[in-house]
Structures are given as structure tokens and as C-alpha cells.
Design a protein around this ligand. Sequence first.
Ligand code: NAP
Length: 464
Amino acid sequence: MTQLGSPTKPLTVAIVGSGPSAFYAVEALLQSGHAVEINMIERLPTPYGLVRNGVAPDHPKLKQPILVYDKIARSPSFNYFGNVCVGQDISVSQLSTLHHATIFACGAQTDRRLKVPGEDLPGSHSATEFVGWYNGHPDFRDRFFDLSQEVVAVVGQGNVAIDVVRILSKTADELKHTEIAAHALELLSNSKIREIHIIGRRGPAQAKFTPHELQELGALADCEPRIDPNDLDLNSESKIEIADKMSRNLSRNVEILSRFATSSGSSKGRRCYFHFLRSPKSILGRSRVEGIRLSKNQLRGQAFNQVVEETEDLIDLKCGLVFRAVGYRGVALDSVPFDEERGVFPNTEGRLTTKTGNDLHGLYATGWIKRGPTGIIGTNRGDSVDTVARLLADLPNLDDGEKRGVVGLVEHFSARKKHYISYLDWDKINRHEIQAGSLKNKPREKVTRISEMLEIATKSIDEN
Ligand code: NAP
């Protein structure tokens, strides 16, 4: 019998999503030695997920993996279907009918909630919205942020919070040659923000940002970081934590924060204040954000297992905007089981399961929808290699019937008059953006409306 994955019977795989974990899954499949056909399905016309829409525009090095993804996408075994929403334009069961296996790499598309009163007041925004907005994500293009406010609170002390703080702190000159979206640059250029408060529920030794990102806040043209030196008095358990060899990032964070605390003031126009051991209890205001109420916290427990204990001691901080950067969260999709608590698809080492742990034949997950929103871009490579290894180990048990793959997808979308974007169409959009950017000395000027993307894709190469 012809073996699935052999040249006469290629393994057809659908991959849902087009971010790092999706491309690393494609790479692992291409390198597997099996004959494969891979069809990537992406909700937006544009590929690359968070590398395009999440990585900050002033961090171009972090966008370099796109060069690798682009090379992968040129493989003759790869097809791209952008502007296709799974669950709307095609169902998961239809994908399964057309493929031997489906890998979900759809990331964590929304934000975790703070679950405090006032969270939805005008002026309280999730980092997801703000990051999407400055990166030109079409879903967030028309959001408005009232940057006429002078005082802002950013809740959370991870790298996303640092990105938000840095973009709010930078001058127009620092941003104008990055690939920041034009609408965002315009509003940020007129920002009246003077004070940014970055609020963490644990101590300086537990903050989740990485030293490189933290250090950047000390080198901004017109913003100075500030910390009350008393906030850097660590309890003995935290001292044990940062002395541990495995906690180099934590000890480096504390060193950098100590430098910020002792730096002699400057005449910079903006200040970024770090607050530790403070939890948001409510966002204050009648018809819009007027402040944030914080509890003072203590750390309790043994080193490496300290937990936050909120006290009755409350303080109010006046501010006109709040950004909640407390982590991302996956969203449910079509008929796929969803773990509401963790915001992931239930899985065992990448094999999707029902909520009760039964294997869902031929369905897999990788990246943030598999393990939750942690780690850097490169973390997804190992994750996708693992998931693909499970898929390949399952080959003898997969339904090895005839699968129509790309041909079936094209027929499906043509019958529904669905305008999907191929990788060659993306090439046109990409070229258009790079050309528009070159006129402004930017790496690219992003197209931020889906209608415009589709229009560019339909033009002939000469017209673009
Ligand atoms: P994160 O690293 O998990 O940080 C979330 C922050 O929110 C933590 O400080 C967390 O505090 C806090 N938090 C969570 N729930 C809270 C609550 N109810 N009240 C108050 N604070 C709360 O998440 P992230 O910043 O969204 O980043 C996601 C991933 O992307 C991370 O792995 C990050 O490193 C990565 N990333 C990397 C870069 C880069 O490399 N430049 C840039 C952006 C993002 P606790 O620690 O106490 O839970």
C-alpha cells in the first residue's frame, strides 16, 4: 500500500494562522523528508501574525525572522490563503475533509481581563488594542486614544507593558523612520503625555520584562525613568531569588532599576515612574477614566514560591488613560474544544483533545494556542518541531484517504466567491508598502485597510 507522505501520496496539512509558530511548523514539515503539501490559512490578507502586528515598530531586528518565513513560503509545497476566516469562510470539518491533518497556530488574539470595576470606562484600553493600532492592524486601525491626557497608567510589568511605555514615551523623531503606522505617528506626535506610571503587582525582583527591553527606557531622548529607591529594598526571599544562577535576567533587571533610582534628574519632558507591589482594585471615573485605585501588596512564602497578598491599604493615582498589559489570551474557534481557564486549545503535547482528554484525530496545535502566551519568537520553533514530530509519529494512524488539499480549497473559495490572497498577491502588497515607505525614509508604510489590500492584490504587477 502506498505510504502517506510518499511522493505518490503526499501528506496534505492545513495550518491555521501565519505567525512564527505557523511558519516553524511549515519548516519542520518541509524538513521532515516526507512529501508534503501545506496550505496556510490566515484571517488577515497579510502574513506573519505578531511579527508584523505585535513586535514594536522600533524593534526592526525582532522582525528579521520574516526573511526566514519568506524563504519557507517560496517552497513549491506551500500555498497561502490570506483573508480567509476559519469558522466563517471554511469550517474546521471542511478543512479536515480536504487535508490529512490540521495544525492550529492561531496564537492568542485577545487580552486577559483585569476583572476590576471600571475596566471598560472610556480611556481604559487593552495593550492588544494599542499595539494593534500603532502597528497598523486593520482591526484596530480606527481606535482612538486620548493622548491629550497628561498622566497615564500602564498595568503589568512584562515586555508588552514596556513596549507600550516606550512607544508612548518616544518623540516623533525617534519614531518617524520606523514602520509605525502613519495614523499612529500623527497622533503620537501631538501627544501631551508627561507622566507614565508602570504598575506591577509583585516586586522588582519578580518583574517579567527582560533586561534589554528595560534598559532601553534609560536611553530615550525625552523621557526619564524614575523609581523610589525604597521600592528596591528586597525581602530576604527575593534576595535569594535574584542570587540564583538561573535568574540572571531578574538580577540584571534589579541592577538596571537601581541605576534608574540613583540617576540624577534631568530636564527631559516626560517621566516614567515604576511602582511595585501594587494591584489595581478599580479604575476610577464617572464617564471616563479619572484615576486608578491600587492596593499595596506584600510578598508571602518561600523564595521562588512567593505569592502576592493584597493589604487593606489603598492608594489612588490620578490619571486620564489606563493601558492594561496583563497578558494575552487565546480565543475559541469554530467547533474546536476550548479551555476557558487557560485560553488555549486542550492538547497533549500538541495533539488536540476533548476537554476530557480524548484524542481528536488529525488535529494539532502549536505556539500560544497550545501552551499559552509565553516566550519569545524563537520559543515557537521548538514548540512547532515537537508538534510536527507528534503528527509524523501519528502518520500510520491518520486517515490516509485521498485528500483534495489545495485544489479543493480553491474550488471551495471560488464557489463562494471568496477573495483570498495568495503569496504572490502578498508580494504585491509588500512591494507597495516598501515603496510607500521609501518616500518617507521608513522601511515600509503599512496598508491598514483590508479593502485597500485587496485592491492592491487585484492590480497587475505593472500597475502596482
Ligand atoms: P507577561 O510577560 O506574562 O506579563 C504580564 C504582566 O501582567 C506581568 O507583570 C503580570 O504579573 C501582570 N499581570 C497579570 N495579571 C495581572 C493582574 N490581574 N493584575 C496585575 N497584573 C497582572 O505578558 P506580556 O507582557 O503580554 O508578554 C507576552 C509574551 O510576549 C512574553 O513572553 C514576553 O516576553 C513576549 N514579548 C517579548 C517582547 C520582546 O522580546 N521584546 C516584546 C513583547 C512581548 P505577574 O508576573 O505577577 O503574573
